[in-house]
Design a protein around this ligand. Structure first.
Ligand code: NAD
Ligand code: GLY
Length: 355
């Protein structure tokens, strides 16, 4: 395949992220490169199943895998203990063993939850990621963070487990509704603000003629490097949480009605305005960032007040003891970590909402 990109992630275990059109129809043979034939439990959601499950099942069976499938109701509302327990019971009923594998076919919700099921079933079995949203392709399918949400907050139960392979079929992006595509744009814009002004600039183009495969490859290459240097988020990996402190608070305040990408976009706008107002940036950046988000159909603010957001954020896992680490943009392409007492979060959020 001439338009096939492959990025190696040198974690333990190491794995390849392959990005190309048409990969799902060939996923069986592709996955045989990463493992011998085994029992593959494909976990997917109720929107993705009618679109892609049959193609995946057929390809896996042709390559010699035994296939079982589990479909859960689409949406963040399913990313909880109830669905996780059903997936675990399903894996046990189908008698998957430690030499078998879970395949997450879908967006970030499927990837996070199927990955977590794989991490705890039999104390850990292999899994692979077959991302079908732009957000999953540019971010969540890579790096081995798996999780479910708790009533107290977003992603509060989870595990680190690297996938055995990631196959990103760019044809899946053609069936994404515009607002779900925008969720992925939010994480890609975040990556641009973190490390690459030219990536950010692609999303400023009014004609919006981005090449998704190129954007995915650039985001994955950056994330792979960060994860290789800091797999368990002891330091540098915290940068990937840019926009997430307020973003997760918005998601929680909305009862998980506002999708992750939209919430991260609003969180990015809030921290950009706060950083500029508090004199933490080298140059003005807030207008440029909010204009780019708006250009991509993303929000640049929130209806929730600073007090509600600060209360929600103080339960976030980015807190350690009485401190919280914020990711602060200095300019587009460069961010830094700022550790501060949780009590200082409220004035920062206020500055970001007012700026
Ligand atoms: P999602 O998985 O809920 O997918 C969004 C919607 O799109 C769903 O309704 C889904 O059924 C539908 N869909 C998926 N693929 C489709 C396709 N090809 N065509 C049509 N519809 C399709 O949400 P998401 O935005 O992909 O992911 C958000 C989740 O990812 C959040 O839970 C977030 O916490 C998590 N996340 C995790 C990481 C990580 O590193 N693990 C990073 C970022 C985000
Ligand atoms: N999305 C944040 C991370 O993977 O660390």
């Amino acid at each position: 395949m001439s338009d096939c990109k492959s990025i190696q992630v040198h974690t333990s275990p190491a794995y390849a992220v392959t990005i190309a059109p048409g990969l799902l129809a060939d996923c069986g043979h592709r996955l045989r490169e990463a493992m011998p034939p085994c029992h593959m439990a494909v976990i997917t959601d109720s929107t993705v199943a009618p679109l892609y499950l049959e193609t995946v099942q057929k390809s896996l069976a042709e390559a010699g895998f035994t296939v079982s499938t589990y479909v859960f109701p689409a949406g963040e509302g399913s990313k909880n203990f109830t669905t996780l327990a059903k997936i675990l019971e399903f894996l046990a009923e189908r008698r998957l063993t430690r030499t078998d594998c879970v395949a997450a076919l879908g967006g970030g919700v499927t990837g996070d939850m199927a990955g977590f099921a794989a991490a705890v079933y039999l104390r850990g079995i292999r899994y692979v990621q077959l991302p079908t949203t732009l957000l999953a392709a540019v971010d969540s399918s890579v790096g081995g963070k798996t999780a479910i949400d708790l009533a107290a907050g977003k992603n509060l139960a989870g595990a680190f487990l690297q996938p055995a392979a990631v196959l990103c079929d760019t044809n899946c992006l053609t069936t994404l509704p515009g607002d779900v595509f925008a969720d992925g744009a939010a994480e890609a814009i975040k990556t641009g603000v973190l490390c690459d002004e030219s990536l950010f600039a692609l999303f400023e183009d009014e004609t919006l003629t981005i090449n998704p495969a190129e954007v995915i490859a650039r985001c994955v290459a950056y994330k792979a490097g960060v994860v290789e240097r800091d797999e368990k988020e002891q330091g540098e990996r915290k940068l990937l949480n840019l926009g997430h402190t307020v973003g997760h608070a918005i998601e929680k305040c909305s009862g998980y009605d506002i999708p992750h990408g939209h919430a991260v976009a609003a969180g990015l706008a809030v921290i950009a305005r706060a950083a500029e107002a508090l004199g933490w940036t080298e140059v003005p950046i807030a207008r440029r960032i909010t204009a780019c988000l708006a250009q991509n159909g993303l929000p640049t603010g929130t209806e929730y007040d600073a007090e509600s957001l600060a209360a929600s954020a103080s339960a976030d896992k980015k807190r350690s003891g009485g401190d919280i680490t914020l990711v602060v943009p200095r300019r587009i392409g460069l961010c830094e970590l700022k550790k501060m007492p949780v009590s200082e979060l409220l004035p920062v959020i206020r500055a970001g909402l007012e700026g």
